[in-house]
Each structure stands twice: as C-alpha cells, then as structure tokens.
Ligand binder design. Structure first.
Ligand code: PMT
Length: 213
C-alpha cells in the first residue's frame, strides 16, 4: 500500500563498517552493524527503486531486495560507487567509513616484543566529499555520527560535502545509533527547517529519509 514513488530511480546505499588491515590477522574498524543502511535499502526497494547496496562485512542476511555488493576497505567502496554514481539519482551513505588506513600493512603477522608498537595511519579519501564535487542530478544524503556538538558538526559536514541532506546521529547513546534496532536522528537540509525524528525503529527512520528527499 506504500506509494511507489521511486519507480525508475537508481539508488545507491552504503551500509556497515569498512575494514583496514594492520597485518594478515588484524584490522581497524568501528561498531557499525549495517542495520541502518540495510533498512534504508529495503525502504528504497519497497518504493520501487533500483537499489545497489554497497556493504562492509555484516552478520545480516540480504533480505532487502537490493543488489548487494560486498566490500572491505574504504578504497574498495569508493571504486564501486564511482562505477554507479554518474547514472544514479539518490545516494545515501549510512556506512561508517574509516577515515584512515594503515600506511604499510605488515605482510606477515606482527610479533610482539618489549617495545611500543606504532602504527602509521594515512588519510583515506572522503568518498562523500568527492561525490559532492561531481554532483549533477544526484540527491546526496550523508549521515553524521557524532559524540558531541551533534548539530553543529553535522551542519559543517552538510556544507563541506555539498549534500542535500545529512542525518545527524548521536552515537554516544547506547539505545540508538550503532547496533540497535531503534534510532533517533535530526534531518538537516540546506536552507530548510531542521527536523527531529522521534525515537523509532530504523525502518521508520528510512521512510522519513525518502519522504524528505
Ligand atoms: O550500522 P548500524 O549499527 O545500524 O549503525 C548506524 C550508524 C550509526 C553507523 C549510522 O546511522 C551512521 O551514523 N552512519 C555514518 C557513520 C560515519 O561514518 O559518519 P561520519 O560522521 O564519520 O561521516 C560522515 C559521512 O561521510 C557519512 O555519510 C560517511 O559515510 C561519509 N564518509 C566518511 C568518511 C569517509 N572517508 N568517506 C565518507 O564518505
């Protein structure tokens, strides 16, 4: 009974965490489980869109109806997005993307010794920032995962990355954000009223995203 208002639209959704290798057995990552991104992809499919879900490793079954492309690193995510971006209509980046990778991952397992271990990290490309620079017909939606100054930090990302909307997410709370079924977010758009969601499940948050965009 939902309005199929995305028929003929191409939607890209990213979900989950990226992984950056330290050595063959260890890596750097974050707490994203993919629940938010999968909910967004599911909602886009329900509305009739042609959806590509680019996801880091998760424990989730892909019951979204979207075409799933699995990646590990930020670099891999960027390569895939670049392939589909030009012809896409909406891009929603719910993935928690690593900002840094290990400059020289060890070829063999690093052995411990008496000394400190120093990892040198190099900046990753900021995918949304690149997409924002090349934006044409696409509606670009980012998330902002913040532990302080939620609205101010999210607003800065909206402007810097040339987004049409940012979904500000307080990830300092245990009851929303990472790993939970529920979320509570603030939608920020250029020159429009800021809208706060109630605390509700990630499917409802996804409906609100598409209603607004
Ligand atoms: O997966 P769940 O467990 O359900 O958790 C959901 C969530 C908390 C991960 C999700 O709601 C969320 O907030 N996702 C954004 C996580 C994030 O990377 O936020 P950020 O503020 O660091 O980045 C801002 C935006 O830029 C994001 O849309 C991110 O995808 C994008 N980004 C970040 C870094 C980078 N190198 N390239 C990017 O494109």
């Amino acid at each position: 009974e939902r309005v199929q208002d995305l028929i003929g639209k191409k939607v890209i959704v990213t979900a989950g965490h990226t992984v950056e290798e330290i050595d063959p057995v260890r890596y750097i990552t974050n707490h994203s489980t993919g629940k938010m991104g999968y909910a967004v992809a599911r909602e886009a499919v329900k509305r009739g869109a042609d959806v590509i879900l680019i996801s880091g490793p998760t424990n989730l079954a892909n019951d979204t109806g979207a075409k799933l492309i699995s990646i590990k690193t930020t670099g891999q995510m960027y390569q895939i997005i670049k392939k589909y971006y030009e012809t896409s209509d909406i891009v929603i980046m719910a993935a928690a993307v690593a900002d840094y990778h290990v400059k020289t991952p060890a070829k063999q397992k690093i052995k411990k010794n008496e000394n400190e271990l120093v990892l040198r990290l190099e900046k990753n490309i900021d995918i949304l920032n690149e997409l924002g620079k090349e934006k044409k017909q696409q509606k670009l939606v980012g998330f902002a995962a913040e532990t302080q100054d939620l609205i101010k930090n999210a607003q800065q990302k909206l402007v810097k990355k040339n987004l049409d909307m940012i979904v500000a997410n307080d990830v300092s709370r245990k009851d929303i954000g990472f790993g939970t079924d529920d979320n509570e977010v603030t939608f920020i758009r250029p020159n429009k009223k800021i809208i706060s969601s109630p605390k509700t499940d990630k499917n409802d948050i996804s409906k609100m995203i598409f209603d607004l965009i």
